[in-house]
Each structure stands twice: as C-alpha cells, then as structure tokens.
Design a protein around this ligand. Structure first.
Ligand code: PMT
Length: 401
C-alpha cells in the first residue's frame, strides 16, 4: 500500500535521450497504485512513440494544444485540475527554461501553467548544459516558485561526457513523487530510529543473533522521512535496501549501537528503538576460530547494555522515546513494565512467536501503550501502513503535552 494509491499523476515527458526511462517511470508509478496520464512535447515524440505510453497508461497521450478531441473538456485545464501531482522526467533545458520564464507554447508547458498540485522536475541533459548559468538560474527560479527539483545522477552520458545529467532511476523518482505528496507533519524534526538485529561474535566466524529482518524499523524510518523528518537509522546487519534521503549508520554489536546512538542523541527530538538488541554477549569471546573438540563447549554470556534505558537516563524535556516490546506471553503486563522501567513515552508491543510472529513478516499486529492514553489494539496490517499509524500516535503524544 503506497501513498500514491488511487492518486492521479501527470507524467510530463520532454525531448531528451532519457525519455525511454519515462516508460519505466510510468510503470513504477502504476505499481504504487497511481493512475498516470502522460503529456509529451513534440520533441519527446521523436524519442519514444506516444502509443507506448498510451498502451501502458490506458489513457490517450496529450501532445498538441490545438488538437482537442474531447469537445466537452479543455484538455490542458482538465489534466491540470485532476492531477494530484505532476512529474516531468526527463526535463530538458528547454522545458525548464520555458516553465521558469512563464512560456506556454506546447502541451506540457501550457498544462503546467494551470497546475495547482505539487510539481517535480527531473533535469536530464549534458553536464555542461546542466551546469550552465542559464539552466542553474532557471532551476533556482523554479525552486523558489515551489517546484520540487530532483538532482540528476552523475555518470557516463549519451554525449560521451561523464558528469551530472543522468536521469535518476525510475523507482527512485517514483519514490520521491510519493514523498512529495505525503503530509509533512514531522518537518524539521530530528529522528533516530534503530532497526534490525545486533550480532554478538563468539569467535571470528560465529555469532549469536536473532531473526529481526529490519523491515519494521526501516518502514518507520521511511515514513518519518516521507513526512518531512531528518532521519538517522542505526541498523544492525539486514538484507533490505535503506530508505532514501536517510543517514544510515551500520553497526553489528549492541555496544556499537549504544555508542552510535549516544553520539547522535544531542539534538534528537524523537527516538524509536525497533532494533532487536541481543540482551547478552559472549564474555569469553575467542580471538581465533574455536576448534571442534570432544566434550562440548561452554560459552559464558554477560549482559549487554540496555541501550534505550541508558539513553533514557539522559532524556531531555521535550524528547519523545518510543520502544518496542517483543513478547511471547503476557503482552500487556510485560509491555507496561518496559514502558515504566525504560522511561519511555510509548511502547509498541508485538508477538514474536507463533503464526503472528512479527519477525521477518510483511505484516504485524501490535498494541500501542502510552503513559496517558488508552491502549490502541490494532489489527494485523502491512508494516508500512502500521508505521504511519505509529507516527500518528507519536504526534498525539506531542500534541498532548
Ligand atoms: O525486524 P523485523 O523482522 O521487521 O521484526 C520486527 C521486530 C519484531 C524486531 C520489532 O517489531 C520489535 O519487536 N522490536 C523490539 C525487539 C526487542 O528487542 O524487544 P525487547 O522487548 O527485548 O526490548 C524492549 C525495548 O528495549 C526495545 O525497544 C529494544 O530495542 C530495547 N532494548 C532491548 C535490549 C537492549 N539491550 N537494549 C535496548 O535498547
């Protein structure tokens, strides 16, 4: 479930070599549930045929202001009105210049003039053109006018030049279009999220750990980023892609996680500890690989620091601390005990055994406990949807203060 589900996105394609990537972008937006309408400039039509976009979008492509085939509507106004968001990818120097200077002389620039929804511009061109004073000046103007500008990637370009100018990958642009439409109710907030397992070495090749995949924590970090927060994600080893536009700090052990969190606590407004921290580490950790021998092996465990409790002792007024409680029984009782003993403002309790185990799953079923509000017993749901509900509860705590 994405924030683009059921939204209307207008995809503007101007005449650059990267226009072929717009077909993939159309698909990426559709995968997120968007209904996509395509507008092309005359030059874009020389790179990719409109039939390709029409076949995939299931809508006729708008290419000519003077060709009105639906007499009951004025097409550029109709598209501008129905758009929840617009993305122009690729945006050539020409279309950037036109929009920045109020020129409306083709289907795309005319439609843009009437749009009230957020517009994203994805410049793609030769590096020297991109760096030219005219293009940079026009991009500055667009930025000041409230357009969302996505920096081009650097790389080898069709013109045999290496530098900035490549259109970013379609799935990245689609993610940024989604972020553009999300409410920014955590704007300016500095958030620290921990996720994944910690890994405690036994010897150089073996370790103890747990089944955390990082999915829950990463979805929470992603939701914060999309809602405008500046996010640091301190993560144990996981096999999933990090959220965009987020500082990711990779750690292995609980000691490392504590250190990295402590270093970043100073200006943090909200901390959410989703990580499944190993409560114990190996006391007699071997320097070399332990050789197999008769008679078994004794490992001595010593307690790891309780990270959130340690940080909780330094908690400043105004900071919000959220923990997770992973329980196999007595969910409420154990969660409430942790809420109190760890000096938390909120705890999200979930099951980690049986068929509803939160470990590794795409979905999770939780109860949210706070100090002052009634518990919220939520249904089983996708971790992405749940992440947003957890953020809503954090806002409630803030508004309650
Ligand atoms: O990663 P996924 O596969 O998506 O799975 C998600 C999850 C099951 C890991 C997640 O939903 C979850 O429950 N995370 C908390 C796991 C945990 O360590 O719970 P706990 O009840 O042992 O700890 C309570 C709180 O104290 C947690 O916020 C934990 O991060 C924190 N803690 C625990 C031990 C420790 N030494 N230091 C801590 O800070």
């Amino acid at each position: 479930m994405s924030d683009l589900n059921g939204r209307v996105i207008v995809l503007g394609v101007s005449g650059g070599i990267a226009a072929y990537k717009s077909v993939e972008l159309l698909r990426a937006l559709q995968k997120k549930g968007a209904d996509v309408f395509v507008v092309m400039t005359e030059n874009a039509l020389k790179f990719v045929g409109e039939l390709t976009f029409q076949a995939i979008s299931k809508h006729s492509v708008y290419t000519d202001v003077m060709k009105e085939d639906t007499p009951d509507k004025i097409r550029h106004i109709d598209l501008a009105e129905k758009a929840d968001g617009v993305v122009i990818a690729p945006a050539t120097a020409n279309i950037i210049g036109k929009i920045a200077n109020g020129i409306a002389d083709d289907a795309l620039s005319t439609m843009i003039m009437a749009v009230k929804a957020p517009v994203m511009i994805c410049p793609a061109m030769n590096s020297w053109m991109y760096e030219s004073r005219a293009v940079q000046r026009n991009l500055d103007t667009l930025s000041e006018d409230g357009f969302h500008i996505i920096d081009p990637d650097e790389g080898y370009l069709a013109c045999n030049v290496t530098g900035p100018g490549r259109l970013p990958e379609p799935y990245y642009i689609a993610d940024r279009v989604e972020a553009m439409l999300v409410r920014k109710d955590f704007k300016e907030k500095k958030v620290l999220v921990t996720a994944g397992p910690t890994v405690e070495p036994i010897d150089p090749v073996r370790f103890i750990s747990n089944h955390s995949s990082g999915k829950m924590g990463y979805k929470i970090a992603e939701a914060f980023e999309k809602r405008g927060a500046k996010v640091t994600l301190v993560s144990g080893p996981v096999a999933i892609d990090p959220p965009y536009n987020t500082e990711v700090v990779n750690i292995k052990t609980a000691d490392e996680m504590l250190l990295k969190c402590q270093e970043r606590m100073e200006n943090i407004d909200i901390i959410v500890k989703v990580a499944a921290v190993a409560d114990y580490k190996i006391k007699n950790r071997a320097e070399h690989k332990i050789k197999k021998s008769e008679g078994g092996l004794d490992l001595v465990l010593e307690e790891n620091p309780d990270i959130i409790k340690t940080l909780g002792k330094l908690k400043k007024p105004g900071q919000i601390f959220v923990g997770f409680a992973a329980e196999t029984r007595d969910l409420e009782q154990n969660a409430l005990k942790k809420l109190e003993s760890k000096n938390l403002d909120m705890i999200v309790a979930n099951e980690i055994s049986g068929k509803n185990s939160a470990f590794g799953a795409e979905e999770n079923k939780v109860t949210i406990f706070t100090k002052n509000m009634a518990p919220k017993i939520l249904d089983m749901m996708d971790k992405k949807v749940l992440a947003d509900l957890i953020l809503d509860s954090i806002l409630e705590i803030e508004n309650d203060r």
